[in-house]
Design a protein around this ligand. Structure first.
Ligand code: ZN
Length: 341
């Protein structure tokens, strides 16, 4: 029986040599050291052997078992090392690669644009005054020379609420009354930036919310010349010393006389292009001399005081400046848009 044992050992060791992976190793262990392996069958048959043969065969079988177990762990360790080497080669960590930069938050383009416009007004001596976004009917319209049922109220698509006489402000003009009542009879030079809301069908040119800046100056001897000077200076400070402006007659219930003002087209510089509809001018906002009734509602005597007011849409200025074709981009939260500023 001893030669058979030698053969079992040789066969097992020979089968171990070509094995290259974990799975092969495991099937080898089952085949040569498992319960039904040839070596284990020898152990099962020990009882049937004679008294003389039993210790000899038993000792030899145990030797072979230990030898096979040792060969198995040696091979297993060798394969493990090999795999490690391979991983080190293929998945080498390149410590010279530049790190990934942290994304740092920054101001929304609307905010930074708003701030640069506010800075220009600050240079001209205007202070920021905040007024509410939810207003009473009286402030939104009544005190601005539009009593109930006045047809001019239809000029603003207003969000009304379930509370009687309470609506979202469709423009920043109600702030004029707030600031005048806060400071009358002192002179005022203020801008009122803030969000306005309109009940609009959302499209590339219309949003239900947008920013406006209201400009208001009240004092003695304030003239249309001051209004034109301020608006023209605003254009030059925002877009350069050669920027031209023009005024066109218009109607607003809270100013008299009223005008709309245009900046020279930022894209074609007055030559005419698709954006300015070949006119060379871009409409920026409305303005005018504060209506005597509005001055009176604000607490000023119109016989002694006068004032001018103007409004501008800040998104509109950004759209013109950067040739942005869709106003919805501002609130869509799309990083591909925001990352460009
Ligand atoms: Zn143009």
């Amino acid at each position: 029986m001893l030669p058979e044992l030698d053969q079992i050992e040789q066969n097992a060791l020979k089968a171990l040599e070509p094995i290259q992976d974990e799975a092969g190793l495991e099937s080898w262990r089952i085949a040569h050291l498992g319960r039904s392996a040839p070596l284990m069958l020898v152990f099962d048959q020990l009882g049937k052997l004679s008294k003389e043969e039993r210790p000899v065969i038993g000792r030899r079988a145990n030797e072979i078992k230990r030898a096979l177990e040792a060969a198995f762990s040696a091979r297993s360790e060798a394969l493990r090392q090999l795999a490690l080497q391979r991983t080190l080669q293929t998945e080498r960590l390149d410590v010279t690669l530049p790190g990934r930069a942290f994304t740092i938050g920054r101001l929304h383009p609307t905010t930074s644009n708003m701030r640069s416009i506010i800075r220009v007004f600050a240079d001209m001596g205007f202070q920021v005054y905040r007024s509410p976004e939810v207003e009473t009917d009286e402030y939104n319209f009544g005190l601005l020379n539009m009593p109930p049922h006045h047809p001019a109220r239809d000029m603003w698509a207003t969000f009304y609420t379930n509370m009687p006489n309470v609506s979202l402000r469709p423009h920043t003009s109600p702030g004029q009354i707030h600031v005048m009542r806060a400071y009358a009879p002192e002179p005022i030079r203020a801008i009122l930036p803030g969000m306005c809301y309109r009940y609009e069908q959302i499209s590339a040119r219309k949003e239900t919310q947008f920013y406006q800046i209201e400009v208001l100056a009240v004092g003695e001897n304030i003239t249309l010349g001051d209004l034109k000077g301020t608006v023209s200076d605003l254009a030059r400070r925002l877009f350069g010393p050669n920027m031209r402006t023009r005024f066109r007659a218009a109607y607003f219930p809270f100013t008299e006389p009223s005008a709309e003002y245009d900046f020279e087209c930022l894209l074609c510089h007055g030559k005419g292009c698709a954006v300015c509809a070949w006119t060379g001018w871009l409409e920026i906002g409305g303005c005018g001399m504060v209506h005597p009734i509005v001055l009176q509602n604000g607490g000023y005597d119109p016989a002694r005081f006068s004032g001018f007011a103007a409004g501008l849409g800040t998104e509109r200025i950004m759209m013109l400046k950067h040739h942005i074709e869709d106003i919805r981009y501002f609130w869509a939260n799309d990083m591909r848009f925001l990352d460009q500023f």
